[in-house]
Design a protein around this ligand. Structure first.
Ligand code: IPM
Ligand code: MN
Length: 339
């Protein structure tokens, strides 16, 4: 998570802790593929911090939304087994949680030292998490006929864009460089891009202490690989953010280390923490999955719950594990021992 902390005006404050400890209620959704294995390691590490919590397990596909709403946070492994047609689990479980719990920010931090690719990465992507093409607008006409039509619209609301852009500026304010880059494709997506750009410029006017830039998403893919030092905070729409953050993982130590937080900053319900990676069914059960992304997601969860000291210890232990190899559970053991 790279020194990330939910400080400043970023989110509503966690509930006041009375006399030291509160027991957090954390939903555990292992998912499928490597999901359950990496979540087990994240829990091992959270246990090692000594933070008091109650784990509330949920099965894949359970429609227990009402129950999930009562939790303080949830940790999810991954969904997407090839046994189920594409989209069923994604829309039915993960996207449903993001939409129904109004987790409108998907926060994905990237940090890495200099590599063969570049001089090092230290940026955070603020991905809009409830709109765009993910909203599910569209449909078929004459399906299955030679005259078939399929549309998939991008939904962008002023409210959705503005709350996301504001979060990015608040985040930039809490960071040393205080810089926000809007990433979009305004030269082609002239309606959605226009709304994003106008909103971005208006909000920027309220943050004189934050500098700004705009990059087209295709160009951003080049810079993120060759010159990521250009980026501090990136704010972007749902689909661009999805793609850009896989690239972000690939250029900063691998997707096995990329963590994310699906946030409801107003804390009107639980936030959801998950690795950026998918369920990788090809390596499920082999012990080859890197649990670090899930462990760092767990640290972000702790930080969000106000357990900042425990979160920092986990972060430090992960950072010190850079050269540690072994199986999924050996890496988890190593990190847990050092927490
Ligand atoms: C991610 C994933 C999801 C997404 C899938 C599993 C629906 O790729 O969290 O980045 O596209 O958002
Ligand atoms: Mn993705």
């Amino acid at each position: 998570m790279g020194g990330f902390s939910f400080s400043g005006n970023l989110t509503k404050k966690p509930p006041q802790e009375q006399e030291g400890t509160v027991t957090h209620r954390i939903g555990i959704i292992g998912g499928d593929g490597i999901g359950p294995e990496v979540v087990a390691e994240a829990l091992k590490v959270i246990d090692a911090t000594g933070v008091a919590y109650e784990a509330v397990p949920f099965d894949l596909g359970d429609g227990e939304l009402a129950e999930i709403r009562t939790l303080d946070a949830a940790l999810l492994g991954a969904v997407g087994t090839p046994d189920v047609p594409p989209g069923v689990l994604e829309r039915g479980l993960l996207l449903r949680l993001r939409f129904e719990l109004d987790l409108y920010i998907n926060l994905r931090p990237f940090q890495a030292g200099p590599s063969a690719l570049n001089d090092g990465v230290d940026c955070v992507v603020v991905r809009e998490n409830t709109e765009g093409v993910y909203a599910g607008e569209g449909g078929f006409l004459r399906k299955g006929t030679p005259n078939e039509v399929a549309t998939q619209g991008s939904v962008n609301t002023r409210l959705g864009v503005e709350r996301c852009v504001r979060f990015a500026f608040e985040l930039a304010r809490s960071r040393e460089r205080r810089h926000v880059t809007l990433v979009h494709k305004t030269n082609v997506l002239t309606f959605a891009g226009d709304l994003w750009q106008r909103t971005f410029e208006e909000v920027a006017g309220e943050y004189a202490d934050v500098t700004t830039a705009y990059h087209h998403v295709d160009a951003a893919c080049i810079h993120l690989v060759q010159d990521p030092g250009r980026y501090d905070v990136i704010v972007t729409d749902n689909l661009f953010g999805d793609i850009l953050t896989d690239l972000g993982g690939a250029v900063s130590g691998g997707i096995g280390r990329a963590a994310s937080a699906n946030l409801n900053p107003a804390r009107t319900g639980p936030s959801l923490f998950e690795p950026v990676h998918g369920s990788a069914p090809d390596i499920a059960g082999t012990g080859h999955a890197d649990p670090r992304a899930a462990i760092i997601s767990g640290a972000m969860l702790l930080d969000f719950l106000g357990e900042t000291e425990a979160a920092a210890r986990v972060e430090k232990a992960v950072a010190a594990s850079d050269d540690v190899g072994g199986t999924t559970s050996e890496i988890g053991d190593h990190i847990a021992e050092r927490v």
